[in-house]
Ligand binder design. Sequence first.
Ligand SMILES: Nc1ncnc2c1ncn2[C@@H]1O[C@H](COP(=O)(O)OP(=O)(O)OP(=O)(O)O)[C@@H](O)[C@H]1O
Length: 582
Amino acid sequence: MRTLLTYSMVFPRRSAYVLLALLAAGIAEGLSLTALLPLISIAIGGTGDSDIGRVIVGTLQGIGITPTIGVMLLIIVGGMLVKSLILLLANRQVGYTVAHVATTLRLDFIKALLASRWQYYLRQPIGSLANSVATEAYRAANGFEHSANVLALSMQVLVYSVVALFISWQATLTSLLIGMILLLALHRLVRATRRAGSKQTHLIRHLLTYLSDILNSVKSLKAMGRDNVADAILRDQTQQLEKATRREVMSREALLALQEPILAALTASGLYLALVIWELSLPEVMVMAFLLTRILGLLNKTQRRFQQLTAQESAYWAMRAATEEAQAAAERTTGTLQPTLQQGISLKHVSFDYGTKSIFRDLNIEISVKSFTTITGTSGVGKSTLLDLLCGLAEPKSGEILIDGVSLHDINLRLWRYMIGYVSQETILLHDTILTNILVGAPDLAYADAERALHQAGAWDFVSALPEGLHTVVGERGGLLSGGQRQRIAIARALAHQPLFLLLDEPTSALDPDSEQIICETLQRLAQNFTIIAVSHQPAVVNAADTVYALSKGKAERIQRSPGSDSHSESLGILNVAADNT
Ligand SMILES: Nc1ncnc2c1ncn2[C@@H]1O[C@H](COP(=O)(O)OP(=O)(O)OP(=O)(O)O)[C@@H](O)[C@H]1O
């Protein structure tokens, strides 16, 4: 019930339109049904000996229409036709709304997720996110369709009941009461369906999370002959899902099976009451039998639709919970100042923790504009975290990051990030063309930008040698290219929008020495116009830099070039550090 109300509140205009159309359809049906009683009276030779029959006959005669069998049939058929037309419109609206509900849920979720803090995003399993956007949004939207049907059927129950009340209020109230008892008696099956539905939502999410993890590492699992372990786990989860589905099917079919005989018994007792106890006339009994059978049948259908709604509703709530959680983890947007990068970047007394794990304590770094700085240090020392701090993806616990003397905290982060070109440690390309991978949908970039960026990244030679050039599809995660080629495409992507500040996380780790040299020369050349920071263990990248910082024990040490040595890596000894604290 809460879901039904929630749908109406979250989509009020669309729900109101559907509700009004259903009401109009119900009224058209009700009006046509009122002709049923006089019709039967006329058919069996009477003039309509019930109040409602007399009113209808009188009304028709009042407007100059003789109430013949033909007229009555026309009213009934006409009313049903009008009802069907209005229902058609209402159902079309329901269909559109189902698509709209799915789209709204998906877009809200994606927007909230992309606007969430980086640390929050990192904790979300990709399979679960994909499941929310694909399966849960679809199931939740179907839930709306079922709730619209519950409303439509309830409306019809109401109309039939009002007409029946005019004929015999005792018989109507008694059968409605009995109908309610029937619904209550069978409600256990609805509850069982709800439980099975929640279980399915949970299991599908779990299964897809696990599946996406497995698919990401399938090569190494196969190579080590461990694919059977993953297979067993996936099989177990799939079987659990099947069990939950079976439970849902069982409840649904049990409801259907039990409703039929109970309905027959109720109709028979209603007829007995009408004929023997309340001694209604034959036309009244015939109309009542028709109406009450319809009412009870509609109540049954309403309950079945409600049951289907309960099977789907958990997807709606799961998706809403995921969206609200992401919204609560939204990134801070306190900064408003326009960033500039003309003087330099300073990190002053920066400290940063991941939970209880301290990464930086009193980190001090100076970066001049139009220079090439390499950050080096042992694995896990915090090099990538430093890049996250510079992008504003993580915030210092204390201390300040100053951009041209202005605290990053006060700068508009979005504008700051527009100035950044970023190459991540893992090069993941889209399953699309090289051109798309470089432009990634940016409307202000064109083919010429991609071509220039490829030249700058030292990738033009191999791309132009491909039969389809920039229009070559790179395969799943760029699998049709070598590691080095992927990395150069990623660098080209970072350069396409001509950033002022280039951040590279291990930009040459997958390159051969020649390609690495090309990248290093490219970076040195780019440093004449851009500010570049590269995180790297590679001696070539360390040597190519104007400035080198080594991270160690939460601090940064600036490495001075030793007199007589023409290589930083030598001075690092790698890493026999001749460092001085700046
Ligand atoms: N999101 C996170 N939550 C908790 N701990 C994290 C998170 N990201 C990184 N860490 C931890 O922080 C430390 C620094 O990680 P970081 O990735 O910055 O190191 P790194 O120097 O770049 O390592 P590598 O050279 O191996 O890439 C590591 O010990 C890592 O386990």
